[in-house]
Design a protein around this ligand. Structure first.
Ligand code: NI
Ligand code: MN
Length: 240
């Protein structure tokens, strides 16, 4: 799979030719000022929870890309009020198979992926303070590739279920501490989820979550894992 990083928790992951954009927060992010949002193409937008730093560009990117937005019930209703109707509501524990818009059945068989909504221990409200439903993470599977995007979360023993039954090859985990788990807990989360390759997210964007990159990578490598900290704007091919 091919991963592009747009800062904070926002990634575009291309898996089996399907482009999935996660937690669009680009235009308000000073660190991502060189990203041109008009150049981003996406088939789906997945949103983990309602906080500003995950949803700020959701309506903008849905309009620009024409992508289908997948999130919890409350966020999908909120998108609807903002004029976005190409959507699919889910909730924690639910699973659904999505097809990339394509003309032939055989094409559909290749171009599909499954989303399973995982538990995230966090909160979720909209920028105006109203209730934003359950915060969630996502397990994504397409063909032989599988990855876990945890969203904002604390370390939780629920992640052991992922390691036991789902076994994703790659995990996107928060490492910035303060609002989510920090590096030490993320190492344990990776252990629980059975992942050796971790893409870090939710760090450096604001004062409370600045981290030491060298120290973070060492803590992961000391436990036999690789922490990848992508440059904003970087593209990376990883084995999913
Ligand atoms: Ni949050
Ligand atoms: Mn956040």
């Amino acid at each position: 799979m091919k991963i592009s990083y747009f800062g904070h928790s926002c990634f575009l992951v291309e898996i089996n030719t399907i482009k999935i954009l996660f937690d669009p927060f680009i235009t308000p992010n000073e660190l991502a000022k060189n990203i041109n949002v008009s150049e981003i193409k996406s088939d789906f937008i997945l949103i983990s929870h309602g906080h500003e730093d995950h949803i700020a560009d959701a309506v903008l990117m849905a309009n620009k890309t024409g992508a289908k937005v997948v999130s919890n019930w409350e966020i999908i209703s909120w998108m609807g009020k903002n004029g976005i109707t190409k959507t699919h509501p889910m909730n924690t524990g639910g699973k659904w198979k999505f097809y990339k818009d394509s003309s032939t059945i055989s094409d559909q068989e290749i171009k599909n992926f499954t989303v399973k909504c995982t538990n995230a221990v966090h909160s979720s409200s909209f920028p105006d303070g109203t209730y934003g439903g359950n915060p969630m993470g996502f397990l994504i599977e397409s063909g032989k590739e599988k990855f876990y995007y945890s969203g904002d979360t604390a370390l939780t023993t629920d992640m052991k279920l992922i390691g036991e039954y789902d076994k994703p090859a790659v995990a996107f985990l928060p490492i910035g501490d303060n609002f989510t788990m920090g590096i030490e807990d993320a190492v344990i989360a990776a252990e629980f989820a059975g992942c050796k390759k971790i893409i870090g997210l939710h760090y450096d964007t604001f004062g409370f979550i600045k981290i030491n990159h060298g120290e973070a990578k060492k803590k992961f490598s000391d436990s036999g894992k690789e922490l990848i900290l992508m440059e904003i704007g970087e593209e990376l091919e990883v084995e999913g």
